[in-house]
Design a protein around this ligand. Sequence first.
Ligand code: 13P
Length: 340
Amino acid sequence: MNRTELARIAHAMTAKGRGILAADESTGTIKKRFDKIKLESTEENRRAYREMLFTAPGAADHISGVILYDETLRQSTKGGERFADLLTRLGVVPGIKVDAGTKPMPNFPGEVITEGLDGLAGRLAEYHQLGARFAKWRAVIDIGAGIPTRTCIETNAELLARYAALCQAAEIVPIVEPEVLMDGGHTLERCEEVTDAVLCEVFDRLFAHRVYLEGMVLKPNMVISGQKCPDRAGPAQVAEATLRCLRRRVPSAVPGIAFLSGGQSEAEATHHLDLMNRAGGLPWALTFSYGRALQASALAAWGGAPAQVAAGQREFLKRARLNGLATQGKYEPALEKQAA
Ligand code: 13P
């Protein structure tokens, strides 16, 4: 394992002012996104959409890395440049989703396990050859009546650690993503309790598997009330509870933490990140690895029309720029009113 190289990449991914675009929607997920704009999910439409995002002028000022899906890593621009080569040329690190999605966990109703370890070493070697320098694996923990169970937390944490160790052996930086969902009606306090338990277990297993913490990036959820909670906590409480949880559970050897947006609105996700960075004195860089919170407006503005590429790019750049400011604690909600 080349530790120097792993640490260098992890630092580049979480450098101040920049963050990660999660554009690794699986074929099933991107279809759901395209359904909303009434666009057929063909391979060419998926390619054209990703080309719009990756070629947005100046995006690299705010975007340090892009998580790709297997299909996308093998695709090219209309002009014939491989996406991985384009991103590398722009100083943006290409990454790859390597998990194979979730499956119901037998004997544990309502809970899921992430698949994808079988054959992973071979796939990582190929992905490295294709230009990927980091990877992502998402574990999903739902909150509900009687869940999550210890068994679900422990099993998912063990899988994340085994994935991370395999990545580092292939000289690929693992993004370790344990996502506690915000779908339910639970309170912020309940989310904090579960996130705390999950991060505790994840770092225990990373330690057990001798994962090099300086050469990884953590991608957690924020500590936030469930979408259906009748009395949702405000931004200051989200920032405070999230920082409290991370300070307790994430070793300072980890260079950076890149949040998922998880169903927050674009402006909410940016505001929360900004408030945390304003706190200052943090041992790790705090940035974004957003999917929906970077793409929702851009996707709507593009709408699948070639004539709307520039409009889509302007919306994407606006989100990238505002989130870049949020990584430095320099965002103001009033900036949302400015035109893209
Ligand atoms: P969201 O920001 O839309 O939650 O997506 C991030 C991601 O990569 C989830 O795995």
